[in-house]
Design a protein around this ligand. Sequence first.
Ligand code: PBG
Length: 312
Amino acid sequence: MRRMVAETRLHPADFILPAFVRDGVSEPVPIAAMPGVVQHTRDSLRKAAVEALEAGVSGIMLFGVPDDADKDAQGTAGTDPDGILQVALRDVRSEVGDDLIVMSDLCLDEFTDHGHCGVLDTEGRVDNDATLERYAEMAQVQADAGAHVVGPSGMMDGQIGVVRDALDQMGREDVSILAYTVKYSSAFYGPFREAVGSSLQGDRKTYQQDPANVREAMRELALDLEEGADMVMVKPAGPYLDVLARVADAVDVPVAAYQISGEYSMIEAAAEKGWIDRDKAILEALTGIKRAGAQNILTYWATEVARTLGRQ
Ligand code: PBG
């Protein structure tokens, strides 16, 4: 009876798998702060993409982890056609074609030596407009490499409009934009910084949102839609379900939520200590995110959960 009357159901197609691929490694590198998640080699990424597809997951979001020696102040490796993210996009597309939606993180923090999401001005502050130029180039390079969807995640003002124009100019109206619209400056990103080997100096408070505020989230949302966002995202997910519900009520585009690294690691860590029923906690956390209004959920458990659901 409960099954019959359940108001919220998880489905494999709800999920998008975020995945890391690291340049120059011959074995996957475990991420200590995210037990069960690795920095993939090019080969193991291909396999992970096929596994996700076979489990019924609908998309994969790729993050590139360059060699430390290739990081610089401009994040040059992020726009190099042979940079790790571009190479990985081509690899994955050749493996999955159009059966799995291939997305790319469009941000500089993985590629800059200072770890910020943009380039810096002479005072060491993130330079919004100079960063937009880098994002335009990144969008084009990622589209060329095979991204179906680009995900601008750097929270620069005007980034969606600039990325849309850059894609249209090269005749790629077909490439969609998943806008990281509501992105809070969150302590829960901690494990991710290890995942991408980021050595962030300072913090992101000047461009990510204050956890105390929701009004500015609605303003960011209106701007992103006006600038051409095809889908919008709220991130992190769990601590911001109220924001997610408001966003979902306010728009008529698909809404995604990103269950981020810290949300993942908390459950894994508590489970490891025997303090929580891991599998139930995962499904409950994801059900809560969907109930709040997310149509799609980015989660590091995407493949595992899709498999479980497939068996039910
Ligand atoms: C920025 C980006 C971040 C995450 C996704 N894209 C890190 C940040 O803003 O500090 C975090 C994802 C996670 O924590 O799982 N490129």
